[in-house]
Design a protein around this ligand. Structure first.
Ligand SMILES: Nc1nc2c([nH]c(=O)n2[C@@H]2O[C@H](COP(=O)(O)OP(=O)(O)OP(=O)(O)O)[C@@H](O)[C@H]2O)c(=O)[nH]1
Length: 127
């Protein structure tokens, strides 16, 4: 089981989503950016670090919105999602293929990683 934190970054009524590159696992799937928790880090530190590494921006995680496990067969993950505020920086795609800011209602038009579906369901009750 691997522990993965992901950021739902909210800005001006829209949510930041990112598309995984061909070279990553789950190629071309859309996701909430983030990554694996490292030893000695808490969840907020991990998510802040991952977003800086992947997108070059500063964010502030302010609400833990969900934590659930998903079994991909060859890989089992515990995905932990945080609602985050965009603070500063210009987005640079350092790992992903693409990104978009989308309204919640438009998320259904994107092919998300399976593990993200419960996160989207949870968001529905919050936004
Ligand atoms: N970051 C992120 N990973 C997700 C999401 N949904 C989901 O199934 N995953 C899976 O979680 C796993 C870990 O994510 P990652 O590959 O981004 O983590 P990382 O950058 O720390 O790992 P790496 O250094 O091995 O590339 C991947 O297998 C990825 O497909 C999501 O919304 N965000």
């Amino acid at each position: 089981m691997i522990y993965v934190v992901c950021a739902v970054i909210y800005r001006e009524g829209k949510i930041l989503i990112a598309q995984r590159s061909e070279k990553m696992k789950l190629p071309l799937k859309w996701e909430f950016p983030g990554g694996k928790l490292k030893k000695g880090e808490n969840e907020e530190q991990a998510i802040t670090r991952e977003i800086k590494e992947e997108l070059n921006i500063e964010i502030l995680p302010f609400q833990r919105i969900s934590s659930h496990t998903h079994d991909y067969g060859s890989l089992k993950i515990n995905l932990i999602a945080y609602l985050c505020e965009y603070i500063s920086g210009e987005i640079k795609l350092l790992e992903h293929l693409d990104f978009e800011f989308v309204y919640f209602e438009d998320l259904k038009g994107y092919d998300f990683a399976e593990a993200d579906i419960p996160v989207i369901e949870k968001l529905k009750t919050l936004l």
